[in-house]
Each structure stands twice: as C-alpha cells, then as structure tokens.
Write a protein that binds this ligand. Structure first.
Ligand code: AR6
Length: 173
C-alpha cells in the first residue's frame, strides 16, 4: 500500500479511479473538474446527471464522494468529491479530510486497486498548499485502504508537488 506524489496532469494518469475536485452540482466547472470532463467526453456529464437524478437530487454535499464511469479517461471510474470552499468561509479542515476519506471508502467499495487524487480545494476553493497537503496526506495515511495498492497525488504545480512530497516523506519519520 504505497502513497506517492508526482507532478503532472491528472487527466492522463492511469489508475482504476481518478478523483475529481468537483462542486456540489456535479455538472462541471473549471480547474481539474473542467479538464477531466473535457478529456472524458460527454458521457461523464451524462453519468453525473444520472447521479443527480437518482442519488443526490439536491447536489453532492461538501466532504461527500460518489463514483461514475470514466468515459474516455484512462481509468475505470471517476470519484467525484466536493471540497470546502475556503474562499466562501468553509474553513473546517475536517471537511477537506472527509473528501479523501469518503473517496477512499468509495474506492474500496468499487474494488479499485489504484487511486489518483488532485490537490482538492487548492485551486478555486482557496486552500494554501501546505494545509492542503498536510490534511490530504494525513487523511489518506489514516484510512484502512483495504485492497488499495497505490494512492497517488498528481499535482499540477511544483510548489504543490513539493508540499505533498514533504508530507509523505514525513510519514516515514
Ligand atoms: N491535473 C491535476 N491537477 C490539476 C489539473 C489537472 N489537469 N488542473 C488543475 N489542477 P481546482 P478546487 C489543480 O480549482 O480548489 C472547479 O471549477 C489546480 O492547480 O480544480 O477544489 C470545480 O467545479 C489545483 O492545485 O479545485 C469547483 O467549482 C487543484 O487541481 C471548484 O473548481 C485543485 O484546483 C473546486 O475548486
């Protein structure tokens, strides 16, 4: 069960499940959400619309996670989660941790063996790199992750990569 961090683009990462930093509507947006939808093709949006109709008619709550198919992405599933919007006053780190915990719960239910995360909340939602990395790595390390062989953070900037790599290195200390 490894945890690592790479610099790169989540939309080209091969994993059983890619985690999307979505918003409550699940109907797309900017950042990594927009990039994943663009790379997946329209079937991802259709799958998200079905989730809204069946499971979450009022939208996915902050800190929750739900899976769909992955369209044309190099993955079997996309797990959508909604980070707390720090810029809108949602400053509770436990909600950010819950995004990782609930995403891994869903990944375990699906039988995913490899899972890749972006830095949830570290873009539009305004979490600083150090806090985003500390909360993310602690939440993943604390999860039982039954059956999951690798959790990878795919970071879009060198600053975020350094922050995550340093937290991961600290796990072994
Ligand atoms: N691969 C990996 N990381 C990426 C990619 C990519 N292709 N593109 C951006 N990032 P954000 P949030 C990084 O804003 O803060 C959306 O509009 C980005 O540099 O995508 O949780 C949703 O619909 C940053 O480090 O997510 C919501 O409305 C990290 O991904 C809102 O943004 C997260 O930034 C969610 O905001």
């Amino acid at each position: 069960m490894s945890i690592d961090a790479v610099a790169g683009d989540l939309t080209t990462e091969r994993a059983d499940a890619l985690v999307n930093a979505a918003n409550s509507t699940l109907l797309g947006g900017g950042g990594v959400d927009g990039a994943l939808h663009a790379a997946a093709g329209p079937s991802l949006l259709e799958a998200c619309r079905r989730v809204r109709k069946s499971q979450w008619p009022d939208g996915l709550p902050v800190g929750e996670a739900v899976a769909t198919e992955a369209g044309d992405l190099p993955a079997t599933w996309v797990i959508h989660t909604v980070g707390p919007n720090r810029n809108a006053g949602q400053t509770d780190e436990r909600l950010l941790a819950s995004c990782y915990t609930r995403s891994l719960d869903v990944a375990v239910e699906l039988g995913a063996r490899t899972v890749a995360f972006p830095a949830i909340g570290a873009g539009v939602y305004g979490w600083d790199a150090a806090t985003a990395a500390r909360v993310a790595v602690a939440a993943v390390a604390a999860h039982p992750r039954t059956g999951i062989e690798r959790v990878r953070f795919v970071l879009f900037s060198p600053r975020l990569h350094d922050a995550f790599a340093s937290e991961i290195a600290g796990l072994g200390a």
